[in-house]
Design a protein around this ligand. Structure first.
Ligand code: 13P
Length: 339
C-alpha cells in the first residue's frame, strides 16, 4: 500500500459515526497512580493482566475504533499469548502508540512545560509500525493562569507537535495531535476559551508550516470548560464555548476531533460530548479519545481480582456504549442508571 493509502485507510477505520478511541497509554508512573487508587501494585504482570482483560471485552469494537497503547503494551502478549496489537486488529480495532517521551520545565518560562521525544523519533516510529501501530499520539500541555501559558511555550509546543506530525505522516502513521489546555485552576470558562483559541491557532500555523496534511490527522483537544476549582458550567455552555473556539481555529479539512477527558468525570465528559453533537452538523466529526472517563469505572470494578473480569468488562462496555450514543446526541443522563 502507498503511504497515502495507508494514511487514508487508517483515518477511515478510526473515524466512525458511532465510535471513539480508548486511551490506554498511561505511562508507568501514571498507571501506578491509577492502580494505587484501587489498591493494586503496578507491575509488568498486573499491567498486562488488566490491559489484556479490557482489550478482550466482548464486542468492544462496537464503539471503540482504536486503542492508544503505551510502548510496553505494544510488545506484550495477551493472557492468551496473542500479541496485543494482533488481538486488537482481530477485533476490528486499530492499534496506536503514544510516542512522546513525557514533559518537563521549559527553560526561561517559569510554570510552562515542553514535551520531549523528537530525537530518534523516526526510527522509533519505524519500530512501532513493525509491531503493528498504525497511528500515534503526542501530548503537549498548557497550564492556565492569568499569565500562563507564555507566548514562547505556545510557540515551542506547537512547533514540536508539528514536527512530530510531519514525521508520522512521512511513514504512513496517522498522527493524533494533542494540545491539552489543563483543567487545573479556578479560572472562568472565558479564560480557557481565550487560551484554547490562541493555542489551536498556533498549532495549526505550525502544522501548515511543516506541510502536515490536515486530512490525515486527528486533533485530540481538551473541551473548553471552566477550571476545575471554579463554578461548574452546563453541558450546553461547554458545547457552545468549545464549538465557538473550534470554528475559529480548526480547519474544516481535519476529519475528526476526538476529545480527551482531562479530569472530567465519566458522566460529565459523556454529557458534554452529547451536547456538542446535539448542535447539528459541524465541519468535523466530534468524538472521544478518553482515558480516565472510559476506564475509571472498569478499574474500580476490577480492583486487581481476576474473579471481577466480567464486571470490569461490563463497566468499560457501558461507558463505550454511552459515549457511542453521545456521538449522535442520543445520550441522556437517565441511561446511566440502566444496566
Ligand atoms: P484522559 O481522557 O484521562 O485525559 O486521557 C486521555 C489521554 O490520552 C491523555 O493524554
Amino acid at each position: 500500500m502507498s503511504t497515502a493509502d495507508e494514511l487514508q485507510t487508517t483515518i477511515n477505520d478510526l473515524i466512525h459515526p458511532d465510535k471513539g478511541i480508548l486511551a490506554a497509554d498511561e505511562s508507568a508512573p501514571t498507571i501506578a497512580k491509577r492502580f494505587s487508587a484501587i489498591g493494586v501494585q503496578s507491575t509488568e504482570a498486573s499491567r498486562r493482566e488488566y490491559r489484556s482483560l479490557i482489550f478482550s471485552t466482548p464486542d468492544l469494537g462496537e464503539h471503540i475504533s482504536g486503542v492508544i497503547l503505551f510502548e510496553e503494551t505494544l510488545g506484550q502478549l495477551s493472557l492468551d499469548d496473542v500479541p496485543i496489537p494482533k488481538l486488537l486488529e482481530s477485533r476490528g480495532i486499530v492499534p496506536g502508540i503514544k510516542v512522546d517521551a513525557g514533559k518537563g520545565p521549559l527553560v526561561n518560562a517559569p510554570g510552562d512545560e515542553i514535551t520531549f521525544g523528537l530525537d530518534g523519533l523516526g526510527s522509533r516510529l519505524e519500530h512501532y509500525k513493525a509491531l503493528g501501530a498504525r497511528f500515534a499520539k503526542w501530548r503537549s500541555v498548557f497550564h492556565v493562569s492569568d499569565t500562563l501559558p507564555s507566548h514562547q511555550a505556545i510557540e515551542a509546543n506547537a512547533e514540536v507537535l508539528a514536527r512530530y506530525a510531519a514525521e508520522c505522516q512521512a511513514l504512513g502513521i496517522v498522527p493524533i495531535v494533542e494540545p491539552e489546555v489543563l483543567i487545573d485552576g479556578d479560572h472562568p470558562i472565558e479564560r480557557t476559551a481565550e487560551v484554547s483559541e490562541n493555542v489551536l491557532n498556533r498549532v495549526f500555523g505550525a502544522l501548515h508550516r511543516h506541510h502536515v496534511r490536515y486530512e490525515w490527522m486527528v486533533l485530540k483537544p481538551s473541551m473548553v470548560t471552566p477550571g476545575k476549582d471554579a463554578d461548574k458550567a452546563s453541558p450546553e455552555q461547554i458545547a457552545a464555548a468549545t464549538l465557538r473556539v473550534f470554528r475559529r481555529s480548526v480547519p474544516a479539512a481535519v476529519p475528526g476531533i476526538m476529545f480527551l477527558s482531562g479530569g472530567q468525570s465519566p458522566e460529565e465528559s459523556t454529557a458534554n460530548l452529547n451536547a456538542m453533537n446535539s448542535l447539528g452538523s459541524q465541519p468535523w466529526e466530534l468524538s472521544f479519545s478518553y482515558g480516565r472517563a472510559l476506564q475509571e469505572p472498569a478499574q474500580k470494578a476490577w480492583a486487581g481480582e481476576r474473579s471481577n473480569a466480567e464486571k470490569t468488562q461490563a463497566a468499560l462496555k457501558k461507558r463505550a456504549h454511552l459515549n457511542g450514543l453521545a456521538r449522535s446526541g442520543s445520550y441522556s443522563p437517565a441511561l446511566e442508571h440502566e444496566d
